[in-house]
Design a protein around this ligand. Structure first.
Ligand code: HEM
Length: 499
């Protein structure tokens, strides 16, 4: 009988062999689209390994070599056709029968194993977020504020002269604060639940490639082994299922009034859906929200710590004025935090979550109009950074100017939405675009603005001496992750609890 680790090693080797075969098949069929790296399978693998850790350099190399044309990025999960900005509209407007979003998500996350198979066919949680949850956002503001004050005050008091590890701290804060309105006060303050739900969200993207590389019959076993090592859905479900059983009863007997995100999901559940099925939907929302928002707030704090005293004071004044004019912490007041909003939008432009946008599986052969084509069933994506760093669109594009958009808003005298954080347009793609653009971005914006405004008003944020520069990001497989070791000091200011 093989030991646990021997089994894992055997699966890894089989998976590598199958990936090799898959890659071999894939490279002989790229529709004439040029590929990064040397020819042959070894050239493919070498370039795929380079992509894994040097994604930005690989994209720059492709842009330079194949200016304005599509090119293939070799990845360990198979080739990805990176399309230049001129194809954005075609992919954005294309129906799912041509450019399928869910199949691309499934390639990356292996949903039937990491969550369940229903996530593929009926992803109604996105509709619930776009309708019921968006409508409930004004009523979430006081609760998110209350949890932010409590959680941050508790957490930041531990900040000594070395500061706090920002990414990890923010991930736990986001999990706690979001869950105040997803599952309510009790579960959001349960440390063990927070720990297992963060672990679940953290590890999906890491274990999914191994499942993807394995043959179908081995996938349940691969998931079982890897999730036992790194953390899967089982541990958070132990909290969420009993919570839902109780809550469904309370809603039915009228003991509870629905306004939690989980209530709206329960109300939209399919007739045949089990409580566990509903719980997995909610874990899907946890996955979609925890890492995205924690990356954004971490990157924003890295930049805020470098601002001048005058700029920080301007942000504070604007927040106070908005709160005074709108009678305190309300949704209309958050809409007037123009500088915080601009900072978040600029973080999305400069960093975002990935180097590319709109990952899709092209279900039909896609003629690129230059004699080449993308073969059916290939992964495509748009070269987002070519748009975000285009000097014709964004002057001085490599400067991260947190007030770029609030200044533009004043200069052009435009209304609040044109340069708003959650406004998706053909020049701004961190939330994707089209019918699948992020369903939770209004929620994320509300939460991030409250957290940042509270920090800006009540703390001085700075790097521990002698650090004077923001840390380098970590690039993994096209994803942009803030340095997980970097620290910041959160020094309490003269506490003015008026705000
Ligand atoms: C700053 C924070 C966030 C960023 C940058 C972000 C980014 C994205 C991106 C890039 C997509 C894919 C869009 C596409 O392919 O066209 C997406 C989809 C999605 N996001 Fe977010 N997200 C954030 C926060 C959230 C939050 C807080 C939630 C839940 C409360 C959420 C729920 C979803 C869902 C359900 C989808 C799938 C939409 C669909 O398939 O129709 N996201 N998000």
């Amino acid at each position: 009988m093989l030991s646990f680790f021997s089994q894992a090693a055997l699966i890894f080797l089989v998976a590598l062999f199958l990936a090799y075969v898959r890659i071999f098949r894939a490279i002989s069929y790229s529709g004439g689209v040029p590929r990064i790296g040397k020819s042959g399978v070894l050239g493919y693998i070498q370039a795929a390994l380079r992509w894994t850790v040097h994604s930005e350099a690989v994209i720059l190399e492709g842009r330079k070599a194949f200016a304005g044309r599509a090119f293939v990025i070799p990845t360990l999960s198979g080739p990805c056709f990176l399309l230049p900005p001129s194809y954005l509209e075609r992919v954005r407007a294309g129906p799912d029968s041509k450019f399928n979003e869910m199949m691309a998500v499934n390639e990356d996350l292996q949903l039937p194993y990491t969550m369940d198979e229903h996530q593929l066919s009926t992803p109604y949680q996105a509709r619930v977020l776009r309708t019921d949850v968006n409508r409930a956002i004004p009523s979430y503001v006081p609760e998110i504020l209350d949890e932010s004050i409590l959680a941050m005050d508790e957490t930041f008091k531990d900040s000594d002269s070395n500061g706090l590890v920002v990414f990890d701290t923010m991930t736990h804060l986001i999990a706690r604060i979001s869950n105040r309105v997803i599952f309510g006060q009790e579960l959001c303050r349960n440390e063990h639940f927070l720990h297992v739900v963060v672990k679940f969200a953290e590890t999906i993207a890491l274990i999914a490639p191994f499942i993807h590389w394995s043959p179908s019959f081995l996938r349940p076993l691969v998931y079982f082994i890897l999730s036992s090592i790194s953390g899967g859905k089982k541990a958070p479900l132990r909290y969420v299922v009993p919570f839902l059983q109780r809550r469904i009863h309370e809603l039915q007997t009228g003991e509870a009034k629905s306004n939690l995100v989980s209530d709206y999901i329960v109300q939209s559940a399919l007739p045949q859906e089990s409580v566990t099925g509903i719980a997995v939907r909610l874990l899907n929302i946890e996955f979609g929200s925890i890492h995205t928002s924690s990356i954004f707030i971490t990157q924003t704090l890295f930049e805020i710590a470098l601002l001048s005293k005058e700029d920080i004071e301007s942000m504070r004044s604007e927040i106070r004025e908005a709160l005074d004019s709108e009678g305190g912490w309300t949704k209309p007041a958050l809409d007037k935090f123009y500088m915080v909003d601009s900072a978040l939008r600029e973080i999305g432009r400069c960093y975002g979550l990935m180097h590319f946008a709109l990952p899709r599986v092209a279900l039909e052969t896609c003629d690129l109009g230059d004699g080449t084509y993308v073969p059916a069933n290939s992964k495509v994506a748009i070269d987002m950074k070519a748009i975000h760093f285009d000097p014709q669109i964004y002057p001085d594009p490599h400067k991260c100017d947190l007030f770029r958009f609030s200044n533009l808003r004043v200069k052009e005298g435009v209304d609040s939405s044109k340069y708003g954080f959650t406004t998706v347009d053909s020049h701004y793609l961190p939330f994707g675009a089209g019918r699948h653009a992020c369903a939770g971005r209004q929620f994320a914006s509300m939460e991030l603005k409250i957290m940042l405004a509270h920090i800006i008003l009540h703390y001085d944020v700075s790097y521990p001496a002698p650090i004077t520069q923001r840390p380098e990001n970590i690039i993994f497989n096209g994803a942009i992750v803030p340095d997980p070791k970097a620290r910041l000091l959160f020094t309490p200011r003269e506490l003015d609890r008026t705000y």
